[in-house]
Every structure is written in structure tokens, then in C-alpha cells.
Design a protein around this ligand. Structure first.
Ligand code: SF4
Length: 405
């Protein structure tokens, strides 16, 4: 029996509103917003970016997950993996009895038609969806509309004979899901590129100055099966993981466009190259807001709050690190004391090859991170998967260190 799929929630929005507010709301954040995103306490002056935290896609995904638990109190409810990249939110869902299919011992193959499976905001691959459909589970699809829009364009590329070049992280759930959309068409092809360095290699191949061996050495694991760069880079369409750094995505698009013009000439560009904007507006708004904040004020440092595996949080941290000291922290306990801070090092430029993964960059401890005396000026922002209560708790903890000179 094919799966039943809920795509627009379960009509329980009002029923879960109270518990969502309990789990994620912050009075302090509301107060700071009401004061023009500025807050002062003791020697601390804190500016909050005008756009930060939960985006519309995450808001909706978390809402649907709570509705699912409420609607199916006696059935097993699973997530295919993290619903979003925030440890606090995932922990809350675990506490509500939601199980994660990525946990050791949980098996996709052992699901039954009585089970309910929630699909995360960044979506799942075509093959995973087909599998769940065959198992006959009830599915609650929270895939964000902005991700669905990318998928639609990637499918169109495949139908029209263009290879999808996806600027993203090959291991990220969203990029894996997006790449799988290209393969819904028999002749569909994809290639994932991480950064400018990899884009340069693709451009060199297009221009004929890099060999097939050099190309395959770097991209073998991140392209579609049977990928032939000689054939499959003649007509390309650009797409992104929605949470990448906007400026980098644009630059990569331009680099590839130029290489195509060099190889095939300006007049046949549209036959060989397509592009469309796939950074979602929420990601862009958060990047623009923190850029603006850093441009208009002086800060001792910036605090960027979000899961260490959150792509959009990491890109916010990269923007901040270009302007001055910036610390990417995941939760209030990272502020261990007035002299010690735990944080994830910010990659201000692209990581060296081979691909860096989320798990191979360790948390670091920095001593003397806070000026010991005098005024402290701090910029704060948070990734699209970070709830307000976590941002509020970080600020409250920071204030306990700066209340006295
Ligand atoms: S970051 Fe953008 S694409 Fe991702 S869930 Fe939020 S709104 Fe959707």
C-alpha cells in the first residue's frame, strides 16, 4: 500500500502553539527587538542583527513535527535524520518520543505501515522517498518550499540536457536530495562543487587546460554515476544548496559562465549555460542583516549562534570573521566563564582539499575572549535553525560576565 503523505500540516497548529512557545520563545529577545535590536546591561552594549534565527522553512518544519506527535500519540514516529541542524531542537523532539532513523539500531527496512515518518526541512533523496513509499508508512513532508524550487529547476535542467552543477556540500542532506532530483531523468547528470578552488578546476577542464585524470581525482565521489566531463560539461546549469554564502555562489556562477564563453563563444552561451537564483531569501536576509550591522557599528567581537553542522550558521560566521574577531558557538554553555569560551573555529576561506566535513573540525577553547574591564561591544546573530530561547540564554549568560567592570 503506498504511503499517505501530509504536506500541509495536520490541522493542529493552534493545539501545539503553546508548547512551541514554551520550548522556543524568549521574552528577552522580544524586549531587545522592541528596543531597536539594541540592549545594554552593565558594561555590555549588544546589537542584534535585524534578521536572525528561525526562518520560515524551519518554523514550519518544527511546527509540523510537533503536530505529528500530537496527531499520532500511540504510533511510532520517526525522523529520517535531524529535522534541522540544531541540537536543542532535535533533543526536544527526542524527549517527545520521536525516534531518529540515523541512530544506531534504527533500520529503514524495519518500518511498517503503522509507522509515521517525518521528512526534514532540507528534504530526502528520491531513492529514500521511494523506499518509504514502498514500506507504506504515513509520511509528514516538511521539505521547505525554497528547496522544492531548486529541485524543480534541477529536474528541468536534466530534461533539457543540462548537467546540474550544484554549489553545496556533497554530504549535506539538502545537496544529496537536490542531486538525486537530476537522476529522475534517465540522461540526468550532476556535479557538486564546494568552493572557488573546485570551481577553478572545473573551469580549467572546460577551457581544456586540465586533464580528465585531474578532474576525476577531485570529483569522482561527487558527480553522477558514469560522469564523463568531456561530454557532461558541454551544457551546464547552476544551482545551489540554499544556505551557501551568496557572494561565493555568485562568484562561482560567474567563473563558470566565463569559462563557457571562452570555450564556446558568447553567442552560443544560452545553449551551453543556465543559471537561476537558488539562495533562499531567508538565508540572504540573514547574511545581509549581519553585513549591514558590521558595517555600521564597531564591535569587540561577534557571537554567531547555531549548530556546528548548520551550513547557514557557518556562513554567517565567515561573514563576521572577515570584519573582526568572531566566535561560532552552539549553546549557552559554550560561554564557560568570563575567561574561557568554547567555539568552533571559523573558516574564513575555503577549506583545503580533500573536502572538509562537519565532523572533522573540532571545537576549540579560547582564553581571555572577553575584555576584562571597560565597555564591551558585541554583535549577535544566529543561524536559521537556532531558536530564540537559545539566543536569549546566550545573551543572559554573557550579561552575567559583564555586569561589573
Ligand atoms: S534556510 Fe531557506 S531553504 Fe532552508 S529551511 Fe530556511 S527558508 Fe527553507
Amino acid at each position: 500500500m503506498p504511503a499517505t503523505i501530509f504536506r500541509k500540516g495536520l490541522n493542529l497548529k493552534n493545539d501545539v502553539a503553546g508548547v512551541l512557545a514554551r520550548d522556543y520563545h524568549s521574552h528577552l529577545i522580544e524586549e531587545i527587538k522592541d528596543s531597536g535590536y539594541l540592549w545594554q546591561s552593565g558594561r555590555l552594549t549588544l546589537h542584534l542583527a535585524q534578521e536572525f534565527g528561525f526562518c520560515y522553512g524551519v518554523d514550519r518544519a518544527v511546527d509540523y513535527a510537533y503536530q505529528t506527535r500530537r496527531r499520532f500519540p500511540d504510533q511510532r514516529v520517526f525522523l529520517t535524520g535531524e529535522i534541522i541542524h540544531n541540537p536543542h531542537v532535535n533533543m526536544r523532539l527526542r524527549e517527545a518520543g520521536v525516534r531518529f532513523l540515523t541512530d544506531p539500531g534504527e533500520l529503514f527496512d524495519q518500518l511498517t505501515p503503522d509507522d509515521v515518518v517525518i521528512l526534514p526541512a532540507f528534504g530526502i533523496t528520491v531513492r529514500e522517498l521511494e523506499h518509504l513509499d514502498r514500506q507504506g508508512c504515513t509520511l509528514v513532508d516538511t521539505t521547505c518550499g525554497s528547496v522544492l524550487n531548486v529541485w524543480k529547476n534541477v529536474r528541468q535542467y536534466a530534461q533539457d540536457g543540462y548537467t546540474a552543477i550544484i554549489h553545496g556540500k556533497a554530504h549535506h542532506e539538502e545537496t544529496r536530495a537536490t542531486a538525486s532530483q537530476a537522476l529522475r531523468v534517465d540522461s540526468g547528470r550532476f556535479l557538486v562543487i564546494l568552493d572557488r578552488r573546485e570551481a577553478e578546476l572545473v573551469c580549467n577542464f572546460i577551457r581544456g587546460t586540465a586533464s580528465r585524470e585531474q578532474f576525476m581525482k577531485t570529483f569522482k565521489a561527487v558527480c553522477s554515476p558514469g560522469f564523463d566531463p568531456q561530454q557532461d560539461l558541454k551544457r551546464v546549469g547552476l544551482a545551489n544548496q540554499t544556505t551557501m554564502l551568496m557572494s561565493e555562489s555568485l562568484e562561482i556562477g560567474n567563473m563558470i559562465r566565463k569559462a563557457i564563453v571562452d570555450r564556446f563563444g558568447e553567442t552560443s552561451l544560452s545553449h551551453h549555460y543556465r543559471a537561476f537564483e537558488t539562495i533562499c531569501s531567508a538565508t540572504q536576509d540573514r547574511q545581509d542583516a549581519v553585513t549591514q550591522l558590521l558595517k555600521t557599528h564597531q564591535f569587540d567581537f561577534a557571537l554567531v549562534i547555531g549548530g556546528y553542522n548548520s551550513s547557514n550558521t557557518r556562513n554567517l560566521a565567515r561573514i563576521c570573521a572577515q570584519q573582526g574577531p568572531a566566535y561560532h558557538i552552539s549553546e549557552p554553555s559554550c560561554l564557560a566563564s568570563a575567561s574561557e569560551l568554547r567555539h568552533r573555529p571559523v573558516l574564513s576561506s575555503s577549506p583545503p582539499l580533500p573536502l572538509a566535513t562537519d565532523s572533522n573540525i573540532e571545537e576549540r577553547t579560547t582564553q581571555q575572549w572577553l575584555p576584562a574591564t571597560g565597555p564591551v561591544r558585541v554583535a549577535v546573530t544566529a543561524g536559521a535553525s537556532t531558536p530564540n530561547n537559545i539566543v536569549g540564554e546566550v545573551i543572559e549568560k554573557l550579561a552575567t560576565f559583564t555586569d561589573h567592570s
